[in-house]
Design a protein around this ligand. Sequence first.
Ligand SMILES: Cc1cc2nc3c(=O)[nH]c(=O)nc-3n(C[C@H](O)[C@H](O)[C@H](O)COP(=O)(O)O)c2cc1C
Length: 239
Amino acid sequence: MKITVINGCEKKGVTYRLKEAFLDSFRNDAEITEFYLPRDCPNFCAGCTVCFRGNQHLCKDAVYVQKIEKALLEADLLVFTSPAYVFHTTGAMKAMLDHFGYRWMPHRPAKEMFGKRAVIITQCLGAGAKSTAKDIHDSLSWWGVSYIKTCSFKLMSEIDWNKLPDKKKNEMTGKLKSLASRMRTINYTKPAHTNIKVKAKFMAVRMLQQSLGKQDPGYTDYKYWHENGWTENVRPWKR
Ligand SMILES: Cc1cc2nc3c(=O)[nH]c(=O)nc-3n(C[C@H](O)[C@H](O)[C@H](O)COP(=O)(O)O)c2cc1C
């Protein structure tokens, strides 16, 4: 199986150790591709909207963004990690997610995303790990992913991994190892179920696209939806 990991920071701190605990049992038999931010997607979206207009390959950052997109589309399992920075995901993760605005459902979602599984790992000192996970969850869900497992932790005492009590470390890594063993039992040749929330988003956007298409059949997003048959009876999910 293939796993693509997006690390929300480059630091080899607590977030990194937690992610390693999750990946540990996959290391021997999975093909794992990791991206570290901001190193692997270092620039902000400039708001030029060239991607929204159908030309994502002309984005000034296409060399970074398209490499990440390819790895995301090829993966069976997506893993996103982030510490809480002022209650939210790191600026580097947000900057990368902005680059994928054109893959949100109201625009041109990739059909591959609908059957994917994803894991989000976040942690904070006292508060903000859940809102950090939500920042990432929002994008995944609007990309079309339904199967998203979130593991959010509060350190409470200390942010240096080496100074954290063993009990706390074991509690966190234990949860991640048990999630990993459950994720290993999945048959990844079968796409994940698309849930009612993602289907509802899709159907609402479908109505929007049908109405936009009546006003302008040449509109980029409508054309994409129409060419995929989604404004008709075709759906991007298999189950
Ligand atoms: C800029 C910055 C902002 C942070 N904001 C929060 C926060 O809002 N809430 C919180 O509980 N911890 C916050 N933290 C602590 C981190 O979430 C995290 O626990 C800590 O950086 C250790 O993780 P790491 O070793 O993976 O970097 C912040 C840390 C940094 C560097």
